[in-house]
Design a protein around this ligand. Structure first.
Ligand SMILES: Cc1cc2nc3c(=O)[nH]c(=O)nc-3n(C[C@H](O)[C@H](O)[C@H](O)COP(=O)(O)OP(=O)(O)OC[C@H]3O[C@@H](n4cnc5c(N)ncnc54)[C@H](O)[C@@H]3O)c2cc1C
Length: 327
């Protein structure tokens, strides 16, 4: 492993100032992704800025939203009373991720910033435009079972691996950011990006910015929510396809709908056209099938992941059925 310096940030302001001064520095939170990447030689920061002492772990109800600090742990969020009362879809998605031990240390900010699980990204002997721009995409003609069916480019067909982020995309969350020039907010659906010609950039966070938290607006989905994750094992496996579904149903008619998919694109894949197709319709299997057809428009499979073209609509239909059936 390369040598690196280790410093503890005492405030968000000093954290971003330290990062701004050193382009090779990185924040470390739970370390569950960053340390793996360093051990594998995928990344070699010369300085780690430990942010764990910052007061960013709070979860609180605000006037029209729920605030969750960037250092709240994945299990702390999933078990939190306010989250379970106000945003149960988020708790469900978090509990589908990783393992209990990992969720105990993994943080909200780190989860958003986690890197793809593409085998070519992790194996430094193989080409990967995300790890080393210009080296090529090994997955394009290689083993691409886990890979994207939407929004990919010739440079990269990797997917974003997070479960939490699929729920946050569906719930219209906003990311709170601190930077040397002051604070700013980023819509969650604008936070992660598609690969285009720059797959090395996963998101729109600038190099000198710190995620301080997320805000999730209140909604009226109640219990009609479901997060369905399809994976190779029942636990400790990343999604092949996942769906976050939330419905507001009155007298059998869908008044409002939210849908997002994971495991299918370089970013959590919000399905706004499918949502529109659900609104005003009866909460029936026929409606869900039609929405799934719309959701799949433009999907394209590769040699080893074409099964996702069938698995994805089936997962959407099942997630909607379960969400609508919840009393
Ligand atoms: C075996 C295994 C299985 C897993 N399975 C799943 C799964 O099924 N589903 C799933 O969603 N995830 C899964 N994960 C990923 C896990 O959720 C992430 O590793 C974790 O959420 C990262 O959080 P962290 O706090 O440990 O981040 P760290 O490893 O500390 O940091 C990750 C990145 O985020 C940056 N960062 C951290 N905090 C901030 C901040 N506040 N502002 C700006 N940048 C920041 C760091 O600089 C670093 O680049 C798995 C991980 C492992 C090891």
């Amino acid at each position: 492993m390369n040598q690196f310096q280790y410093v503890r940030a005492v405030s968000s302001k000093t954290a971003v100032a330290t990062l701004a001064k050193d382009p090779s520095a990185k924040f470390i939170a739970g370390g569950t992704n960053l340390i793996d990447l360093m051990k594998n030689g995928v990344t070699a920061p010369q300085k780690l800025i430990d942010i764990n002492n910052l007061p960013l772990a709070e979860i609180k109800k605000q006037a029209n939203s729920l605030y969750i600090g960037a250092l709240a742990t994945n299990s702390g969020v999933a078990d939190n009373k306010l989250v379970l009362q106000n945003q149960p879809l988020l708790a469900m998605a978090l509990n589908a991720g990783a393992s209990a031990q990992l969720r105990n240390v993994a943080t909200v900010g780190g989860n958003m910033m986690q890197r793809t699980r593409c085998y070519y990204f992790y194996n430094t002997d193989l080409p990967c435009n995300k790890r080393q721009p210009g080296s090529g995409c090994g997955a394009l003609e290689g083993i691409n079972r886990m890979h994207a069916i939407f929004g990919f480019s010739q440079q990269c067909i990797a997917v974003h691996p997070s479960d939490m982020c699929v729920a946050l995309a569906a719930l219209d969350a906003t990311v709170l950011v601190s930077r040397p020039k002051g604070d700013r907010k980023i819509l969650f659906t604008d936070f992660h990006r598609l690969p285009g010609d720059h797959p090395e950039k996963d998101n729109t966070l600038a190099k000198d910015e710190l995620i301080t938290g997320v805000e999730i607006p209140d909604n009226s989905f109640g219990k009609n929510i479901h997060y369905l994750k399809v994976r190779d094992r029942a636990s400790y496996a990343f999604a092949l396809v996942s769906v976050a579904a939330a419905l507001n149903i009155k007298n059998g008619t869908i008044k409002e709908a939210r849908l997002a998919m994971g495991g299918v694109a370089h970013k959590p894949w919000r399905l706004t056209e499918a949502e529109k197709a659900l609104v005003g319709k009866p909460a029936s299997e026929e409606t869900f099938k039609h929405a799934a057809e719309i959701a799949m428009q433009g999907a394209k499979g590769f040699k080893y992941n074409s099964f996702k073209l069938k698995m994805a609509p089936n997962t959407i239909i099942q997630a909607l059925k379960t969400a609508s059936a919840t009393a």
